[in-house]
Design a protein around this ligand. Structure first.
Ligand SMILES: [Fe+2]
Length: 493
């Protein structure tokens, strides 16, 4: 990128806000009443109840035994503050982020959670009401959205970086927090020129600790590529020009390349709010942009039949240059809109919100192939050290009853198709589970949370990742529940 292109890009960044959801006036508040009423009949909806109180708990009740040498903290992030002053957010994505930390030490587990003190959260906390109308929620005098960070709710992922943990969103800055106290330090500025630029919630970490990430500037369609050292210091950044302006949630790396996978989405500017603006275009291919890791140049673009994906597990390249990657594929975008339905208490099943784990292959001659492995999967994870390299297994949550609430976890061997699965049962709403590699031997642990809606308590469970069907090695119970969230990561002591 030359100087002129960069200046043009900065100018574009400055007007990003014009593409964000505009402040809207509306009077319809019935979705809160709908949710409150539905909760009385469907206690599973407790996972999306407004959650305003920060909590902590010492010595959680433990079933089984956590290994004595198992030490560290499991962090999770997700939308928690969903209502203020009687107004309920319409889309789950609009809730303010809360970080939940489970600390493991000498066989015991303790817990605390805290809100990310974003600029938005602090301003709204001060006045006791929502200031920004992100999805037509009926605010009388909403504040105009001056920048992406003005509405950054840092609610999507939490990543240990150097001596900090970073709460991640998608369209704005990461927020740095203290790993023990969970105090917010502030928005991360990686580079003065990119202050406030989009930094996605799904960074990928190479075996040497290099942190790769991307951020899509919705207005210009330009994608920023970030290369950070393990302490979170910017090493290099670059831009990839695209004609894509819609939601872009995740990406992939291989040893040599960055894969930007653009789903079949376009933007309807008339939509009221970010989610409502996203629309599926069945005539638009899913495109894979293959970008060189060294100079960020676009090497090739490949196409697959129209589909939508939030998440990918991993990508790698064979010796002959064949690229393979997996993802949880949806036939369209109904899954995004179902999240809005659930926020209004409507849990009706929608057939197209069932995803499939798919392996996508791009051959050296440009031909492509896709093979589906399993239904009703989400939140794919792999052993972290295999990022960008060939992996044998993908770990996901699953829904064995097609009830469209995850009730299980599983690993899938992508060579043999063999599935190793544990079903929590119908009383549980199961969240993302993440891999922790053993330091002295092969294999690892799988750790994750699940909300038991009958008990109204959340538990954190530890599994042998190579023998999931045996059930948890140990499980610790909070005396209360925490809201259903999105992503997390484990930090060793
Ligand atoms: Fe995600």
């Amino acid at each position: 990128m030359n100087r002129r292109e960069f200046i043009q890009f900065l100018a574009v960044l400055g007007i990003t806000a014009s593409h964000l959801p505009t402040a809207l006036l509306a009077s319809n508040t019935t979705w809160k009443q709908k949710y409150d009423s539905a909760l009385k009949n469907d206690p599973r909806l407790i996972g999306h109840q407004n959650y305003a109180q920060e909590r902590q708990a010492e010595s959680l009740v433990i079933e089984g035994e956590f290994p004595k040498d198992f030490s560290g903290t499991f962090y999770r992030n997700g939308p928690a503050l969903l209502e203020r002053n009687g107004i309920r957010q319409k889309h789950l994505f609009d809730g303010d982020g809360m970080i939940h930390a489970f600390k493991f030490e000498n066989g015991t587990v303790s817990f605390k959670n805290k809100f990310v003190q974003t600029q938005k959260f602090q301003k709204e906390q001060e006045v006791g009401r929502f200031l920004y109308d992100l999805s037509d929620i009926g605010l009388k005098n909403p504040e105009p959205v001056s920048s992406a960070d003005a509405i950054n709710n840092a609610n999507t992922n939490i990543l240990p970086v150097g001596d900090e943990i970073w709460a991640l969103w998608e369209a704005g800055s990461a927020y740095a927090m203290h790993p023990k106290t969970l105090e917010t330090k502030g928005a991360v500025t990686l580079n003065a020129q990119l202050k406030g630029a989009p930094f996605s919630a799904h960074p990928k970490i190479d075996a040497d600790g290099t942190i790769w990430n991307f951020g899509l500037d919705y207005a210009s369609g330009q994608i920023i590529i970030y290369k950070l050292n393990p302490k979170g210091i910017m090493q290099k950044f670059g831009l990839v020009k695209t004609d894509y302006h819609a939601m872009l949630h995740d990406f992939l790396i291989t040893d040599k390349h960055i894969l930007l996978v653009l789903p079949s989405l376009t933007v309807n500017p008339k939509g009221k709010g970010f989610a409502a603006q996203q629309q599926f275009d069945k005539n638009r291919s899913m495109r894979v942009l293959v970008v060189d890791k060294n100079d960020f140049s676009l090497k090739a673009t490949h196409e697959f039949p129209a589909c939508f994906l939030f998440h990918f597990g991993n990508a790698w390249e064979e010796k002959d240059g064949t690229i393979r990657f997996d993802g949880c594929r949806y036939p369209n975008l109904e899954v995004l809109h179902r999240m809005e339905n659930i926020m209004q208490g409507d849990t009706s099943l929608m057939k197209d919100t069932i995803s499939q784990t798919v392996i996508f292959t791009i051959y050296p001659d440009g031909k492509t192939k896709q093979e589906s492995f399993a239904d009703s999967t989400e939140f794919p994870r792999i052993y972290p050290s295999l990022t960008g390299k060939r992996n044998e297994k993908v770990f996901t949550i699953g829904d064995t009853k097609n009830a469209q609430w995850a009730d299980s976890i599983r690993s899938m061997n992508i060579d043999t198709g063999k599935i190793d699965q544990y079903v929590y049962g119908e009383d549980y709403l199961v969240e993302e589970h993440v891999l922790i590699e053993k330091t002295k031997q092969k294999g690892g642990y799988l750790i994750g949370t699940a909300l038991n809606w009958k008990k109204q308590q959340t538990c954190v469970s530890l599994f042998d990742a190579e023998n999931i069907k045996a059930g948890p090695l140990a499980r610790a119970w909070l005396p209360f529940h925490i809201p259903l969230g999105f992503h997390g990561n484990f930090k060793m002591v």
